[in-house]
Design a protein around this ligand. Structure first.
Ligand SMILES: [Zn+2]
Length: 370
């Protein structure tokens, strides 16, 4: 397909249009129901698989570009008309005000709101915790003592220590308060870190109130890594439920509910044994593939999207007794589960994106699609 040529041709014609009616004609010619772009879309049905997806994307981009060119030209023509009018009549108080362009919420924010809604239906409340936190809450209280090798999995950013007392502009010292970095080291809580996961909220929540606890925490996390599947800043989801007699069944039920609500009613989850320090037993959460329905096969051939019938979503487990103790909760009386995953990774799975960094390079062509 020669979408480049068509785009150039369209842009040129739009640029030269001198009236609304010519613009409208061009709109019909390119974007109308029987227009050039629609015809290309119709031809897509003859293509298969990857090629179809690629050309589909290209067509969407073409459609988007032409729409934008039309809008720009229309705006320019209106501005010109207004300028002429302004010259003719120095002040016309009846002119309509300039309309501000509308934006919309970032795709990550949309996902966060959707997850919050789904979990709110199960009685989970969204809480917020510091994104710069003490080592104690990020690691130690989660059953990862200082020097424990499990900490190596998180490429953590530490806040550099400072012996200075921060002062107000008038020279008076700031009150010492947790969360304000005065010296980045606390005798009991350790150093300060940019939270490498959302689990720092677990013990903080247990310290804040008694069970039953049903909370979710969706926040920014930071790790020293950057490639197509890792960004130095990303968002994580975390759910925590603590009550009497909580079992793995409750965890499984909650995850299945989420999978159906977020991905679609025929999706399922499965748990695979794994190891985390702050849960026991621990699992990895898989979600059934939406293409092959979890069978790993389509018409006797291996599903190219999942290869096994399942996609890895995140981690989960029953809260470790040591973590409950750190939060002042008696593990003989209460039990609970925790689960969590990366928001961007979850979105990439839903939208079939291949580079996580696309979320944060502020490319409107990408962002305006959602
Ligand atoms: Zn599949």
């Amino acid at each position: 397909m020669k979408s480049n040529n068509i785009l150039q041709e369209a842009k040129q014609a739009i640029e030269q249009a001198q009236s609304q009616s010519v613009l409208e004609e061009l709109r019909v010619k390119y974007l109308g129901r029987k227009g050039i772009v629609a015809e290309f879309f119709a031809q897509l049905t003859k293509l298969k698989g990857d090629e179809r997806a690629r050309q589909g994307q290209e067509l969407n981009a073409l459609k988007h570009e032409i729409t934008r060119a039309l809008e720009q030209r229309e705006n320019a023509m209106q501005t010109l008309a207004l300028e002429k009018l302004a010259e003719a009549e120095a002040l016309d108080v009846t002119l309509p005000g300039a309309r501000l362009p509308y934006g919309h919420l970032h795709i990550t924010t949309q996902a966060i709101e959707e997850i919050s809604r789904i979990f709110a239906q199960l009685g989970f409340q969204r809480m917020r915790y510091p994104e710069i936190d003490w080592d104690y809450y990020a690691f130690e209280s989660l059953n990862m003592p200082k020097g424990h090798p499990a900490r190596d999995e998180w490429e953590t950013f530490f806040i550099a220590g400072s012996q200075q007392t921060l002062t107000r502009p008038n020279g008076h010292p700031l009150p010492e308060r947790e969360g304000r970095v005065r010296a980045a080291e606390h005798p009991k809580l350790g150093r300060m870190v940019l939270t490498p996961h959302t689990s720092n909220g677990q013990v903080r929540e247990m310290e804040r109130r008694r069970p039953p606890i049903r909370m979710i925490n969706i926040a920014k996390c930071y790790r020293r890594q950057s490639d197509v599947t890792h960004a130095p800043m990303f968002h994580q989801f975390e759910g925590l439920l603590i009550d009497r007699n909580v079992s793995v069944t409750h965890l499984k039920g909650t995850l299945d509910y989420f999978a159906r609500a977020y991905y679609g009613k025929d999706r399922r989850t499965r748990l695979r044994p794994f190891h985390f320090r702050f849960t026991e037993p621990s699992f990895e959460i898989d979600i059934s593939c939406g293409i092959c329905g979890g069978t790993g096969e389509i018409h006797g051939e291996r599903c190219k999207v999942c290869k096994s019938g399942w996609h890895e979503l995140g981690g989960a487990g029953m809260v470790h007794p040591n973590v409950l103790k750190a939060g002042g909760i008696d593990p003989k009386e209460y039990s609970g589960f925790a689960c969590g995953w990366g928001i961007e990774r979850m979105l990439m799975m839903k939208l079939k994106l291949s580079d996580i960094r696309a979320f944060y390079i502020a490319d409107l062509n990408f962002l305006e699609q959602f």
